[in-house]
Design a protein around this ligand. Structure first.
Ligand code: NIG
Ligand code: FE
Length: 442
């Protein structure tokens, strides 16, 4: 039986021990000091701690030791009951945190994909009643039971790719009953699936067909949704864009959300500059997302307000744009940058954070280290989970992934095609091809 009492001089008994780690990316600030807590920007985002010849020990759901292999014996007892894993010179890093997904929807939109390749714009398709609105129609027709099953399969694939925490937005219901259905589905998945899920209410995604021509009536529905559904989500989000919702409308939504205890997020400056970043900063939003068209003033406002920039490099590819958010300028100005899939059927049918890290490097010119910080530590802070996950340090959840490569840069270099050989979530081996051996190497 595992010894869990941690009195003076009593070393806890590890339940899982990983040794033989060539590179352990803890995502801490080397040596602690300024910036030791919170999301990382500037040099700290570029230079996370990498421990060579490291070991990790897990007790229960938590990390009990992360450090040089030489320090392991004085930190924990590693008896024969522990599960010993030999990383065999591999790379360990925190589980990916995907801080922006539209996880739950019915149907895909491959015909629209082809339309956009032929030159139709994303906004024209939406204005014609397609795009988000076609997914709203399909999602309303999908039962809660079906959505649970769809969500379960998606979360399991994400886990296989190393993602251990996911933010999930509503936004394809756009009526009180349909948004409630989506948030109930999120809650059911959170109760049964290994991946941790953080719910965001996204009532202002588009004006649904039944309110076309009367957006004021829909904005009243939005207010009703916030008042009624606030206890089922942690964040409120809005699509601040020409053709979607104005800055004034989004301000009102974020203000109302705050009254109901929901911190703000914003789809900002995605297809053009609408001063969404400035609004996110003024409202104390936890994150501003997209930012392909953010202005220099918007960047400065985000830096001052401590808002995390959640960047979504796959989206311009699907929208047919070459313009990417200025990741390195944001980082250099002091805005912590996170990366996310934006998983959705229109602008990013992409579930893999590994691919997103690769795109962050190749399309945004992020360094591999900064992109991995963006996909772990900074992503956790973008959804209010920085105290629990995103770094490997004692006391945080044992959410980690092991790769059978000898250099972490192999991950983006191989375009996210290398899957983790082991994924541990809350101290349990939940995915990976590797068979952890329950034997003592002695
Ligand atoms: O984040 N921009 C708004 N919302 C999604 C796209 C949703 C859709 O096209 O279905 C996004 O890109
Ligand atoms: Fe989105």
């Amino acid at each position: 039986m595992a010894e869990r009492v941690q009195g003076k001089g009593v070393k806890p008994a590890a339940e899982i021990v990983i040794t033989g780690i060539r590179q352990c990316l803890t995502m801490r600030v080397p040596g602690g000091g300024p910036g030791a807590g919170g999301p990382l920007a500037r040099d700290n985002q570029e230079n996370p701690e990498i421990i060579r010849d490291a070991a990790v020990a897990v007790v229960g759901e938590r990390l009990a030791y992360v450090g040089p292999a030489s320090g392991l014996p004085s930190a924990v007892r590693t008896g024969p009951e522990a599960l010993h894993i030999d990383a065999a010179g591999g790379v360990v890093l925190p589980g990916f945190v995907d801080p922006h997904t539209h996880l739950l929807f019915g149907g895909w939109r491959p015909a629209e994909f082809e339309q956009r390749l032929a030159g139709d714009s994303y906004q024209d398709i939406l204005a014609a009643g397609g795009g988000i609105l076609s997914t709203v129609a399909a999602t309303r027709e999908t039962s809660e039971e079906e959505l649970v099953e769809i969500g379960r399969r998606r979360l399991q694939r994400m886990l296989v790719g190393g993602t251990t925490t996911v933010e999930a937005k509503s936004g394809y219901g756009l009526s009180l009953v349909d948004e409630a259905k989506l948030l109930r589905t999120v809650r059911r998945l959170a109760a049964t699936e290994a991946v941790d899920i953080v719910a965001t209410l996204l009532p202002a995604h588009a004006v649904p067909a039944e309110h076309r021509g009367d957006r004021r009536a829909y904005l009243r529905v939005v207010e009703e949704m916030i008042a009624t559904l606030a206890d089922r989500a942690e964040f409120v989000d809005a699509f601040c864009e020409e053709g979607a919702f104005s800055v004034d409308e989004c301000r009102r939504i974020l203000e109302l959300g705050a009254q109901y205890g929901l911190r703000g997020k914003l789809h900002a400056d995605q297809l053009g500059n609408s001063e969404g970043a400035e609004l996110a900063a003024a409202m104390g939003a936890i994150s501003a997302d997209h930012l392909d068209y953010v202005s220099t003033g918007g960047i400065a406002a985000l830096a001052r307000a401590g808002v995390v920039a959640v960047l979504l490099p796959s989206v311009p590819l699907y929208v047919g744009s070459r313009r990417q958010a200025p990741a390195n300028k944001l980082i250099a100005t002091g805005v912590p940058v996170a990366l996310a899939t934006d998983f959705n059927p229109g602008t990013s049918p992409v579930e893999s954070m590994g691919r997103i890290v690769a795109l962050g490097c190749m399309l945004m010119r992020m360094t591999p280290a900064a992109a991995l910080v963006a996909a772990t530590r900074n992503a956790a802070y973008a959804i209010g989970r920085g105290d629990l996950v995103g770094t490997l340090e004692e006391g945080k959840l044992a959410d980690l992934q092991l790769y059978d490569v000898d250099d972490y840069r192999m991950l983006p270099y191989r375009f996210g095609e290398i899957a983790p050989s082991l994924v541990i979530k809350r101290g349990r081996a939940v995915a990976g091809t590797r068979e952890p051996l329950a034997t003592d190497p002695d």
